[in-house]
Write a protein that binds this ligand. Structure first.
Ligand code: ADP
Ligand code: MG
Length: 687
């Protein structure tokens, strides 16, 4: 092993100069981890040119411009008669064309005027806002003395960012990390494979232009291939291990007949797709090898009842089932829904989450250990070290992409070769699911329960927001609940939260009691707001949130979903968000608000959503239309979160990597193992 490099990969980001625990936590949110490696695997999505232009004349609204400007005059801002006015610094470029710099932050008025003294030249870089009042740059990204012009990167790599992290922070951390990497490379001997890999990474983090970051560039395809090979080799090993399995599922005698009773108490008829999936699961139960099945079904396709049927069947022998949900709120919801059914069937059902403490928790654990509790619903608390089961037969994982392989392995270890059933709301085009989920059997629920009223989806420019508020007002008075989603603002000097917070303030004026939910609140607070919103009786009618709102949450009275700057989201993410409404028997609406800078392609993507609700169609379109990863919500979309792989552009690499993984020789096995570590692809021993 290239040990020295892995030691560095695993270093916590807080030990990088200038980071510290607070920033490291923010990186954790954005990167999904806080190690140096997590940073390295998170590459810029595009390059923003910032070469110095001769003149502002000819630059387009929205362009990033870098200009030599002569400061002409100051207009101090402040609060006048209750109105905030920005500080304005009026300048002119080399050809005397006027450019105004604007600063809204009232606290630092003098700071900007001192930084930009009248009669002096400065190099200023920022986004151009061409309005009727002329050329304006609001809060420039860079202001430098002419002799320090080189401090402004001519080709700035832009990282996908999140709350509280600026591009300058990203650039600083990147520079530190690569300095240390160079030291290590000079002082230790690494394998040729590793050196090539690091070289490709370095090019990706210091792209010369957008070509470097294109999926088919030398470096990106190299990285993508490495990543695919890591995944495919893990899949191949898991598959072989499974085939060679000696520890079979324990034989369980059927003691009761519960499944017929279950069918009798169901309040509706199962769809054909639900029934087919249930049959496939029951067939797996008759095989000697434990089940490993993934159920893919669009939002609202009724996966929970399929899970319930599997749990009921499992309990016919007296064995136990756990149903793992990714959040407390979801676990409580499942419990509220399934407990009454369990009561009718005479099955003991319980819920266990991080909220359970003390005596209450101890009693629940005793009931699990004794085997009395047959169906346990909960979060990761279900596989805490001190939780024991008498005979855990089935592990069901809801919204499976939220759980890592390690957590799945931990859960499996609680039983004697339990069956595994994963539920996923992410439709994966069939063309890909075979290679992605090569070690699982897949059932597809491609049908929605009858009688669903299609969601009416429309797109609307942001200027019409007031008209929209007027339109939803009567609906709210009639009892409708509204999700209002605001995306994060990339690369903002001001706090990223402002968008959601400002919208919240605004809506709270119209609809008192509006809730707010964002990523800077801790999980407990977030849960509390969500629970209150979900409560039929609460008067929280509107919930403003960033994209943190839970996958899978069921608020049947929520019939309106508003998504701001919808053009910035991936299609799959939009589809997931929309799936939060239209769950009851009322007409639901989804309104996609788009910003001024929307591109024709962006509008076309929104049209796909207005036209169809079929998750598979949307997934195929997403695949075909997705850009270079600049869209929000790809994480929530539930596709395997590849760092470098582009589903559309790298289709050939999937096959190549799969073949290489199947014919792997021992020489490459060393590198394959390192790659599996880098990309966190666990091999499940003996499973
Ligand atoms: P998801 O697949 O998104 O997890 P759920 O299991 O939450 O969907 O089901 C969505 C809603 O549809 C629930 O309220 C559920 O009770 C209901 N439902 C499930 N199956 C059927 C069916 N066959 N007919 C009518 N309603 C159903
Ligand atoms: Mg669900």
């Amino acid at each position: 092993m290239d040990k020295e490099i892995f030691d560095f990969f695993n270093t916590d980001l807080q030990f990088i100069h200038g980071v510290g625990p607070v920033l490291a936590a923010k990186f954790d949110d954005v990167l999904g981890g806080r190690r140096v490696l997590d940073f390295l695997l998170h590459i810029p999505s595009y390059v923003r040119p910032r070469e110095i232009l001769d003149s502002v004349t000819g630059a387009q609204n929205g362009d990033t411009v870098t200009l030599s400007l002569l400061v002409k005059s100051h207009k101090k801002g402040g609060v006048f008669h209750g109105h905030k006015r920005p500080t304005q610094i009026v300048c002119s470029d080399k050809f005397a064309a006027p450019v105004t710099l604007q600063f809204f932050n009232v606290k630092f008025l003098d700071y900007w005027m001192e930084k930009l003294p009248i009669g002096q030249w400065r190099i200023v870089s920022g986004k151009l806002d061409n309005s009727s009042r002329g050329a304006i740059i609001n809060h420039p990204d860079f202001i430098e003395l002419p002799e320090n012009a080189s401090k402004i990167p001519t080709h700035q790599a832009i990282y996908p960012s999140g709350e509280g992290l600026t591009q300058k922070t990203f650039a600083n951390v990147r520079d530190q990390i690569f300095n240390i990497l160079h030291e290590r490379i000079a002082n230790y001997k690494f394998t040729e494979h590793m050196l090539e890999f690091l070289d490709a990474l370095e090019h990706a983090h210091y792209p010369e232009n957008n070509e470097t970051l294109a999926p088919n560039s030398t470096y990106i395809s190299k990285l993508a291939y490495c990543e695919l090979f890591a995944h495919q080799s893990a899949i191949a090993i898991n598959r072989n291990n499974r085939k060679a399995q000696k520890n079979l599922r324990p034989v369980r005698a059927k003691k009761y007949n519960l499944i017929d009773k279950f069918y009798n108490i169901l309040p509706f008829n199962l769809t054909n797709a639900q029934q087919r999936t249930i049959d496939e699961i029951f067939e797996d139960f008759n095989k000697p090898v434990p089940m490993m099945r993934l159920v893919q079904g669009d939002v609202g396709s009724g996966k929970t009842m399929v899970a319930m049927a599997a749990a009921v069947k499992m309990s016919e022998s007296g064995a136990q089932t756990v149903l793992l949900a990714p959040t407390d709120t979801l676990a409580q919801q499942h419990f509220a829904k399934l407990k009454p059914m369990c009561d009718k069937l005479g099955l003991v059902c319980d819920v266990l989450t991080g909220r359970d403490k003390g005596v209450q928790r101890r009693e629940k654990l005793i009931s699990l250990k004794s085997g009395r509790t047959k169906i346990a619903i909960g979060t990761h608390a279900l596989f805490s070290e001190d939780v024991e089961y008498k005979d855990l037969g089935l592990v069901i994982i809801d919204e499976q992409h939220r759980f890592g392989v390690q957590q799945r392995t931990a859960m499996r270890a609680k039983g004697n070769n339990p069956d595994m059933l994963a539920l996923s709301a992410t439709p994966i085009p069939r063309t890909l699911s075979m290679t992605i989920y090569g070690d699982m059997d897949v059932s597809v629920i491609n049908e929605k329960p009858a009688g669903r009223i299609p969601i009416k989806t429309t797109k609307l420019p942001i200027e019409r927001v007031n008209a929209l508020i007027d339109r939803i007002d009567p609906q709210i008075k009639n009892g409708a609940k509204v999700f209002w989603v605001c995306p994060l603002v990339e690369e903002s000097e001001i706090s990223d939260m402002t968008a959601a917070e400002e919208r919240f303030k605004e809506l709270n004026k119209h609809f008192p009691g509006t809730g707010l939910c964002h990523g800077q609140m801790d999980k407990k607070e977030r849960d509390k707001v969500m629970t209150e919103f979900a409560d039929e009786k609460s008067n929280m009618r509107v919930l403003v949130s960033t994209t943190v709102i839970e996958v899978g949450i069921d608020v049947p009275s929520a019939t309106i979903m508003v998504i701001e700057n919808a053009e910035r989201f991936g299609l799959a993410a939009l589809h997931q968000l929309r799936g939060r409404v239209g769950r009851g028997n009322l007409q639901s609406y989804c309104i996609l608000l788009y910003g001024n800078n929307v591109s024709p392609d962006g509008l076309k993507r929104l049209d796909v959503l207005c036209e169809t609700e079929d998750g598979f169609v949307i997934a195929e379109q997403d695949l075909m239309m997705r850009g270079v990863g600049e869209l929000l919500g790809t994480k929530q979309s539930g596709w395997i979160q590849y760092h470098f792989v582009n589903y559309r552009e790298h289709r050939d690499l999937f096959k190549l990597a799969q073949m290489a993984a199947m014919n792997n020789n021992t020489e490459d096995e060393y590198w394959a193992e390192e790659l599996r570590q880098i990309f966190d692809c666990s091999v499940v021993a003996g499973a």
